[in-house]
Design a binder for this molecule. Structure first.
Ligand code: KG4
Ligand code: ZN
Length: 344
């Protein structure tokens, strides 16, 4: 059994957690920065990085205090080393390096996407490799065949916007506020999902990928038409996203031989309509379905500590020269999707 301090700072959540390799979360802290970014309607990288500098040390102290241990009791320090907003990544990674150096502990540089990809296993002892994973967050929308720790085959990605990005941009267009995903979900609950005709990009396509940019433009046109209430546009938009995610995941499932489960992770996995649709899809394929509890879907440090623990148990530690990476694909061998090249 190993005990890992996990640190997360790749976007606008500052977080620290103490996690063991046998799935115990001894303590975790998360400080969102919504109010700092709200006036700008999105995350401002410079503000985020400065906030991490101010908040992170106190969170680390708090988790150690709550667990009643000193840094000397941990086996390794794990931090997100990318992908993400580079200023923030540098803050968390450098904090981890300082702690690791001072305490004489190994550093584990964790890929944020690996944190999301393995997070369902932290919550569910029954989930085993290999599984088909829909990873849907603010920066990414991918289908991955997860074969083991460090072994990811990317089956699909987005050719333009990520699913969470589409939620955030649509929320902004509809004046629903920030952060966008939860705001759209709340508004959608009051609307009619069949009211506004919206496209389903790449639905039924032979290529495996996702696309959401056209849907966002259609939301803009629906808004400007003046014909629809924002709640109806939100509900229709959410349904269109769900239809796309479901269609693409069903296509991948058909070719994912050997998958023992269907799994969803990342911020958009907190959406109840997404979870509901995937539950039904898994059942139709006779597969178990796993989705982390809501707080483990959105960014947090427990998933980074957990991924760090699994890597540490394999003997995979990193030097103090580990780089901070704005882009860091989970599957370096994945072919570029049409029109892509900018997303990790
Ligand atoms: O995983 P995450 O916290 O950060 C990234 O790694 O990107 O995901 C954040 C994304 C945002 O785009 C946010 O709007 C979306 O997840 N999100 C949601 C919901 N909660 C968060 N999207 C739809 N419905 C939600 N309930
Ligand atoms: Zn994330």
């Amino acid at each position: 059994m190993s005990l890992i301090l996990g640190i997360e700072s790749s976007c606008d959540e500052t977080a620290a957690a103490l996690v063991t390799s046998d799935r115990r979360i001894l303590a975790h802290r998360l400080a969102g920065q919504e109010s700092a970014h709200r006036p700008y309607g999105g995350v401002v990288p410079e503000i985020a990085a400065r906030a991490h500098v101010e908040i992170l040390p106190a969170l680390i102290e708090e988790v150690l205090e709550e667990a009643g241990i000193g840094i000397g009791a941990v086996d390794a320090v794990a931090a997100t080393a990318g992908p993400g907003l580079i200023g923030g990544v540098m803050v968390g990674l450098l904090a981890a390096k300082g702690l690791a150096f001072a305490a004489g502990k190994p550093l584990v540089a964790v890929n944020h996407l690996e944190g999301h990809a393995l997070s369902p296993m932290l919550a569910e002892a029954d989930l085993a490799f290999p599984y088909l994973l829909l990873l849907v967050s603010g920066g990414h929308c991918q289908l991955l065949f997860v074969e083991g720790v460090g072994r990811y085959r990317r089956l699909a990605t987005t050719i333009d916007d990520a699913a969470g990005e589409a939620f955030d941009k649509s929320a902004k267009l509809l004046g629903l506020g920030f952060p966008g995903g939860p705001a759209v979900e709340k508004a959608a609950a009051l609307g009619d999902r069949k009211k506004v005709p919206l496209p389903r990009p790449l639905l039924g396509s032979d290529e495996p990928h996702f696309s959401f940019a056209g849907l966002k433009s259609a939301v803009l046109r629906a808004r400007d038409s003046g014909l629809y209430a924002p709640e109806d546009i939100a509900a229709s938009f959410q349904q269109a996203v769900v239809d796309c995610l479901l269609d693409r995941t069903a296509r991948a499932l058909a070719g994912a031989d050997g998958a023992t489960a269907l799994v969803v992770a990342g911020g958009v996995a907190a959406n109840q309509a997404v979870r509901g649709a995937l539950t039904a899809l898994a059942a139709a394929h006779g597969l178990p379905f796993f989705a982390p509890p809501l707080w483990l879907c959105t960014d947090n440090a427990a998933m980074i500590g957990w991924a760090g623990a699994l890597r540490f148990e394999q003997g995979w530690v990193d030097g103090l020269d580990a780089p901070a990476r704005a882009r860091w694909p989970l599957d370096p061998n994945a072919e570029k999707a049409r029109g892509a090249g900018v997303k990790a």
